[in-house]
Design a protein around this ligand. Sequence first.
Ligand SMILES: [Zn+2]
Length: 326
Amino acid sequence: MAENAVYISSIEHSKPTIFEIWAEESFMATLQPAYQLLSDFISSKLPQGKCRPLKLIFEWPDESFLIFNIIMQSTYLDWFSASFSESFYGLKRVNVASTAERLTTRAKILSLIGLVGAPYIMIKFKSMVDNYVFSSSNEGQVNATGLKLLQGYKVMSSALRLMKLYHYVSYLSGHGSQHSIFHRLAGVQLVHQNQPPPSWADISTLIKLEPNRSKLIAPLTFKIVSQLFELGAFSLQFINWWNSMDSEVFKFNRTPIPEPIDSIKTGDLVCPICRNSWRVEVVLSTSGIVYCYSCITKVLNETGRCPVTDLPFSMNDLIRLYPAAC
Ligand SMILES: [Zn+2]
């Protein structure tokens, strides 16, 4: 009996290896890009002018992923004391300073900020910097505010990388129990789960043995919701893997190659929207048409489709052009 107790306690407090942590972090890191691919694909397939509420979800992929991520991570923190990917790898968070069995409210809120808030802020900061540099780079010159923003972003991301490296080294050498700054700020550390989540076999045994049907609602809802999240995350992971294949034929969100356009004459050195010489030339990677940055961003907000080819596009499809002076 005593031996069992020792075994259980050693399992409960066993630290995951750095490889388990990397696997869990890599899994989490692929969710947002895969969601972006899925959004691009769905919004390109929805007919123009129809399904407006659905289109809004996919036209704001960062925000809709933020909402999805908040719901998923807070549910997992509540149910498993773990993030979605930590739970997927059989890990959970325990309080460092408190002996409480469950995560404290403070630890949950800070965990949620580290899991959802911080990555969202970094993504928005990066896209703001890209936008600013893009729009202010008239005649190849980025203005002072754009440069400051760019430097600020570089300093911030370098500081985060250094902190990450410091925590990895300290975790590997056994000096620290937390492998990331966000776990440290939340006052939690990762350990192996001593009890795996119930399987479908456990649930079906419970259904057979429990005469009071109302007591089955909670475990059944719990199982179905967690299964749906796992299925959703697996599908996103699959899309990412599918899209990483070398051949263009396999690309999930591949848009058709546009037909040659008669209305655009090669000698026409003007923007197809304002019919003036380009101001801050950008090319749409989906259609190959060159527009003024300000003209095409207006169209992006209105229809999200190339005015010449009608192909859907997003901010990520704009490429700044710097025609060489001959
Ligand atoms: Zn224009």
